[in-house]
Design a binder for this molecule. Structure first.
Ligand code: GTP
Ligand code: MG
Length: 199
């Protein structure tokens, strides 16, 4: 699938104020700084569409980007950013949880995981929370360019082993680098197939 048009529509702190049309949407969640906003720019081939930063905590709202007038990509704030203070963290947690629990247009959720690290408790717990709430998700490993091939393979194998301690089967997984545009086609084709199945 080719993406011809990508436009920013609106930012919201409240899921109830998000666009009211029924176009399907695809959302990215994960720890602050994992590369959610960068991935949206990579997928849409539009540098600067979603705001990114080398410091964690950049995205603080629910951001809707309309793609080819027919579906949305949604950039969410990241979890796990320690410096935000207790109230700040609570607010962000509520934004994320309300969006995931109440957004009927949410068609697929991608949990982004930094491919440089061993399985992290915070991500495993977040996925368990999704499981408890019966929210299906896929995993997108990010920043693949920052690893050697053998290290990347090792980290992903180790992640699979951790997941299989809790889950009976593994979710769909993608390996990406926004820097090198790796994994773009797989993600876009996956979204395209879902969009087609909805018609
Ligand atoms: P929050 O909005 O704070 O939750 O972060 P985020 O998940 O949106 O991360 P963002 O896209 O802002 O990226 C964080 C940092 O990681 C930026 O400095 C990006 O340039 C960098 N980054 C993101 N993806 C990649 C990647 O694939 N490779 C490399 N090398 N750096 C990346
Ligand atoms: Mg962001």
């Amino acid at each position: 699938m080719e993406i011809r048009k990508a436009e920013f529509v609106i930012s919201n702190s409240d899921v109830m104020k998000c666009p009211t049309d029924t176009r399907p949407e695809y959302a990215f969640i994960g720890r602050s700084n994992v590369g959610k906003s960068s991935l949206i720019n990579m997928i849409t081939n539009t540098k600067g569409l979603a705001m990114t930063s080398s410091k964690p905590g950049k995205t603080q709202l629910i951001n809707h980007f309309l793609i080819d007038d027919s579906w949305y990509l949604v950039d969410l704030p990241g979890y796990g950013y320690a410096q935000r203070g207790k109230t700040g963290r609570e607010n962000i947690r509520k934004i994320i949880e309300d969006y995931i629990m109440y957004r009927e247009q949410l068609t697929a959720l991608f949990v982004l995981i930094d491919s440089r690290h061993e399985p992290q408790q915070i991500d495993l717990e977040f996925m368990e929370w999704l499981g408890e709430n019966e929210v299906p998700f896929s995993i997108v490993f990010t920043k693949a360019d920052k690893n050697s091939f053998s290290r990347l393979k090792e980290n992903i194998e180790s992640y699979k082993a951790s997941l299989l301690e809790v889950w009976e089967e593994l979710p769909q997984m993608f390996i990406t680098s926004s820097e090198k545009k790796q994994g773009r086609e797989e993600l876009v084709d996956y979204i395209d197939a879902i969009n087609k199945s909805l018609k």
